[in-house]
Design a protein around this ligand. Structure first.
Ligand code: GDP
Ligand code: MN
Length: 376
């Protein structure tokens, strides 16, 4: 789950991180009141859950009350990467001397938490990471949950050649790391972390991603969700009892069980194809679930084939077969189906399907190979 900057700033403040004073506004009058209470100049920042607001004109400094309404409305009328600006953060301006990048995230390949930093932070960080990867510093936790002073020295010295920042910066990284762990984040990022004209370190932006699977442990976060940014198909899938994640490929998948669904996606990739989605129809699959799953997958116009891979345990293969028949009657299937069924009531299922002219496969490899070749 993503949250807005103004929400992340509040959480960072509670975590003891140095953030700027500010509040979110929905209209220019409200913004003016906030700005007057903070004192000019202020910075207005579009609250959209996509990156690159600065470059899109969504971050602007305002020096006086007279110019505020116009700048506010200018930002309010922006559409940033397809999203309308509904709220704008009005924050105290920092006089930036230098911008750094600071983040904690998970390196999925290493299976470790990593602190990432750069002394070339700001809106061009992606470019820097591409052109000058050596300017991106990484400190791996190596399984620990706190910073190891023995290894930390080198990291902080390369980030801040000037020793006077070491203590303050280290405290910020420690707090960011503690925040990351205690809220089950997948990312806690400050870009830019700045040195202001008083030589103080301040978080001038805040970005946080939470692991959805751990949200049940954090009641205070659940109400922060901005549903406008959720994928509507994924939301619909949930209400129909399906676990669904959209991907980039063209082989639609309907599978029972999360493990088999993962295995199926792996097999598709191994045999040269690209899965279009993860979809687990769950344990006890009634025919209606299969129909819903097919409808959902077919919303994706890039699909070339649908692979149905069922290992019948609690799931009865004949239920799946009846679901396929119902779907064939009710909706138009513009792409071929490749069906592999094995387990409970397999023979019955095959009989139902062969009468309807649907070929079935017994082995997963055969079915996946067929699906991948049809997708090419
Ligand atoms: P992003 O582009 O979506 O990451 O938005 P940021 O909140 O990071 O703002 C983009 C850029 O605007 C920053 O890198 C800063 O250069 C600038 N900026 C943001 N807040 C302030 C501020 O308070 N004072 C000054 N001088 N610049 C700011
Ligand atoms: Mn930023």
């Amino acid at each position: 789950m993503k949250i807005h900057e103004y929400q992340a700033v509040e959480l960072f403040r509670h975590a003891g991180l140095p953030v700027c004073d500010g509040q979110v506004a929905q209209d220019a009058n409200q913004a003016l009141k906030i700005a007057e209470s903070i004192g000019f100049p202020v910075v207005l920042k579009a609250q959209v859950l996509v990156g690159g607001r600065g470059k899109a004109g969504g971050v602007k400094l305002v020096h006086s009350a007279s110019e505020l309404p116009q700048v506010f409305n200018q930002i309010k009328n922006l559409t940033i990467k397809g999203y309308a600006v509904e709220r704008i953060l009005v924050a105290k301006v920092v006089n930036i001397k230098k911008e750094y990048y600071a983040a904690v995230t998970i390196d999925n390949i290493k299976g470790d938490i990593v602190i990432i930093a750069s002394n070339e932070g700001g809106v061009d960080i992606e470019e820097t990471a591409k052109q000058h990867p050596e300017k991106i510093l990484k400190y791996y936790l190596e399984g620990a949950k706190t910073i190891d002073p023995a290894r930390w020295g080198e990291f902080i010295r390369s980030l801040f050649p000037d020793q006077k920042y070491h203590q303050e910066a280290t405290a910020i990284f420690e707090k960011l790391l503690k925040f990351f762990i205690s809220f089950d984040c997948s990312l806690a990022e400050i870009n830019p972390l700045v040195i202001d004209d008083n030589g103080k370190l301040i978080a001038a932006d805040a970005k946080v991603l939470f692991d959805d699977n751990a949200l049940y442990r954090h009641e205070q976060l659940q109400s922060m969700r901005d549903f406008k940014y959720d994928d509507q198909d994924e939301v619909d899938a949930k209400t129909m009892g399906l676990s669904f994640v959209k991907l980039e490929g063209n082989v639609g998948c309907i599978v029972n069980g999360a493990g088999l669904a993962m295995g199926t996606m792996d097999a598709i990739k191994l045999l040269g194809g690209q899965p279009a989605n993860f979809l687990d129809v769950g344990g006890s699959s009634n025919p209606e679930k299969v129909l819903n799953a097919l409808k959902l997958i077919l919303k994706n116009k890039g699909i070339k084939v649908i692979l149905i891979n069922i290992f019948g345990g609690i799931t009865r293969c004949d239920d799946i077969a009846n679901g396929i028949l119902t779907a064939k009657k009710q909706i138009e299937l513009p792409v071929p189906l490749v069906v592999r069924l094995t387990g409970t009531n397999e023979d019955l299922a095959k009989e139902i399907l062969s009468k309807a002219g649907v070929t079935t496969y017994k082995s997963m490899r055969e079915a996946v190979t067929k699906a991948v070749s049809l997708a090419k």
